[in-house]
Design a protein around this ligand. Structure first.
Ligand SMILES: Cc1cc2nc3c(=O)[nH]c(=O)nc-3n(C[C@H](O)[C@H](O)[C@H](O)COP(=O)(O)OP(=O)(O)OC[C@H]3O[C@@H](n4cnc5c(N)ncnc54)[C@H](O)[C@@H]3O)c2cc1C
Length: 596
């Protein structure tokens, strides 16, 4: 049976020591998250993930969701009780505003909890994750009566939420959307059309499901400029808040898919369903973007979560599995063979994953902190800078953390040899589950285009220049310190590559957009490598200072070695990425479509 232990110590190191979250006490909700409160929340979240959610991961995968002839969907055994526990524990509302029944605690803390839940049971965690995304969109763009009717119930986990964008002919290109909305005399709309691949679209966890649906109002312009956003409850809600008649929305079928079997992926049929406009007519993407940005960060954390749980199992196996002898003589002479963890290639694999996980976790916490500043600070300049950071890092996190999360799940599976290919061990489930994170919420190729085409040039490159300045300032401040040299040297080299790649794009992409398109994925990965390198340098600095102050601990020395491994063995990838980017698009675009 696979194992999972939530990385509480690592999260505490990041919150307390690296990012010093107590410095943000002036932000609303932060003083309520004192060190003691944080510790209690993290340890409760760990318990829930390890003892309730993780044991349902494999059974949920084997059983999957079942649709009955009446359109109802039953989730795997145990999911309903677990969801009740999550709701009653207030986990969905941890960082939601108090006026809607949430606890108003930092999103930073919530993201750590999200990692635990996604690692323990990704399919299950999606029901709550999408609910929080839908809630965020309603809070920002919903009308007062919509917020009052839906948000408190969603924050309490009594109802869940979904996002309905995709249609058979309309995936990445949302301008092709056909679902129709007809305005009614009372101000509501009748929604008709078919949505596919809708996560958590129908299930038995709650009495109501609140769908956020993109549709085109009759007579609206074609393309993306004619798309509006609607809230469409599965069950209509009476004025007193009680549940009324069933709305005209139903699940036509559920997809049989590669992974996340415990999450219902539904074809949703809208047949004159009653819905209400969120925000303004034809400006639906504004509201949906709030949800999509939330969801993209959530999906990035799924990549990290699958990488972490796969790593933990691979380590346990590598300590246990006896095969061959160490190159430097037996390490377990009393046994018929050494455990495979003695072999350099196994260690290379494990350290590659571990070095990614710890820095990716730092990146998640760092960016979540910026999200808190962007939404809670009273200083407009701080808000602007934090918002710039979020805009820039959202595609990097979504693309890089999920591409690498999947690759790491495969690496961890390799540690098991043939046993990793056998379902019983659980490793192939991590691979299957991790795969979807690269695809949904904007396929990763699209994230790369978003980074290169929109986020880099935005506001004259203000966000990217600010990131470069921050990393350069850190290198200048600490590059001469003896203990920091193994970290700052490689980081500065990789940053130089990223800067050269950025300049190359500025000089070569405007006149020839295919140069940007062909470079985009390598550029996104290069950005990811440099950001993780920066996270490692910051973590190393803190670890060195703590050792200088209070002496070494196994945690701190392991941290420093893992960071050096990243700098020596992972970060040099920046050379390759720069070379690929600078080769341009000529060969990529030369062949005619028929020649492929
Ligand atoms: C399990 C699962 C759950 C999902 N959950 C939801 C959900 O809850 N709600 C929802 O609305 N949708 C959901 N989706 C849909 C998902 O978001 C889409 O599959 C995704 O956006 C891609 O759309 P598509 O599949 O139509 O691919 P396409 O848009 O057809 O793209 C195919 C490929 O072409 C690439 N591509 C497309 N356009 C370009 C371009 N201009 N430049 C370069 N490359 C391009 C893409 O990157 C992709 O690799 C889910 C999908 C799955 C499989």
């Amino acid at each position: 049976m696979p194992i999972y232990k939530a990385p509480v110590e690592d999260v505490s190191f990041l919150l307390n020591d690296v990012f010093q979250i107590d410095r943000y006490d002036n932000l609303p909700g932060f003083s309520d998250a004192s060190a003691d409160v944080r510790e209690a929340i993290l340890s409760e979240a760990a318990k829930l993930s390890e003892e309730v959610l993780q044991p349902l991961n494999r059974t949920g995968d084997l059983e999957g969701c079942t649709r009955h002839d009446d359109g109802s969907v039953v989730t795997p055994k145990g999911f309903k009780e677990a969801f009740r526990q999550v709701a009653e524990g207030g986990w969905l509302g941890l960082s939601a505003p108090t006026e809607y029944g949430g606890q108003g605690l930092p999103v930073t803390l919530m993201q750590a909890v999200t990692e635990f839940q996604s690692a323990a049971n990704m399919a299950f965690a999606m029901y709550g994750g999408l609910t929080m995304g839908a809630t965020a969109a309603l809070i920002v763009h919903g009308k007062p009566e919509q917020k009052k009717m839906f948000v408190p119930k969603m924050v309490a986990g009594e109802w869940t939420g979904t996002m309905n964008l995709t249609e058979p002919q309309c995936g990445t290109d949302l301008g092709l959307l056909r679902t129709k909305a007809a305005k009614q005399a009372d101000g509501s709309y009748k929604i008709s059309g078919t949505k596919i691949f809708i996560s958590s679209g129908e299930h038995d966890l709650t009495d109501n499901v609140i769908h956020l649906v993109l549709a085109r109002i009759e007579g609206a312009p074609s393309g993306i400029k004619g798309v509006s956003l609607f809230v469409v409850p599965k069950v209509l809600v009476n004025a007193d808040g009680s549940l009324g008649a069933r709305n005209g929305v139903s699940c036509g079928s559920i997809e049989h898919k590669m992974g996340i079997h415990g999450n219902s992926t539904c074809v949703m049929n809208y047949d004159n369903a009653t819905g209400w406009l969120i925000g303004e007519e034809n400006k639906g993407m504004q509201g949906m973007f709030v949800m999509m940005n939330e969801a993209r960060l959530g999906v990035a954390v799924q990549g990290l979560g699958q990488s972490e749980v796969a790593y933990q199992n691979a380590v346990a196996y590598a300590r246990d599995r006896l095969q061959g002898r160490s190159l430097t003589g037996p390490k377990a002479p009393d046994k018929p063979a050494d455990p495979i963890i003695v072999h350099p290639d196994i260690r290379r694999t494990l350290l590659t994953i571990r070095a990614f996980n710890e820095a990716a976790r730092a990146m998640v916490i760092w960016t979540a902190l910026k999200s808190d500043v962007a939404h809670r600070s009273s200083d407009p300049k701080d808000r602007e800078a934090a918002d710039d950071h979020m805009g820039l890092m959202t595609p990097v996190m979504k693309g890089f953390l999920t591409d690498t999360g999947f690759a790491n799940a495969v690496l961890a599976q390799q540690i098991y040899g043939g046993h990793g290919y056998i379902a019983e061990q659980g490793m192939e489930q991590f691979v299957r589950d991790a795969r979807i994170a690269m695809i949904y919420e904007g396929a990763n190729g699209i994230q790369a285009l978003d980074l290169v085409g929109r986020k880099l040039p935005r506001d004259g490159g203000r966000a990217v220049m600010s990131f470069f300045s921050e990393v350069m300032a850190f290198a200048k401040d600490h590059g001469a310190e003896e203990g920091m040299k193994p970290y700052v040297g490689p980081l500065s080299t990789a940053l130089g590559h990223l800067q050269q790649a950025t300049t190359w794009l500025m000089q070569n992409a405007l006149a020839k957009p295919d140069n940007a398109g062909a470079a985009a994925t390598d550029y996104l990965h290069l950005f990811g490598f440099v950001t993780l390198g920066y996270m490692w340098a910051r973590m190393a600095k803190v670890a060195l200072d703590k050792i200088a102050g209070n002496g070494a601990t196994p945690y701190l020395t392991t941290k420093l070695v893992t960071g050096r491994f990243f700098m020596e063995r992972t970060l040099p990838e920046s050379h390759v990425r720069l070379a690929r980017i600078q080769s341009g698009c000529a060969t990529t675009m030369e062949l005619a479509a028929e020649a492929f």
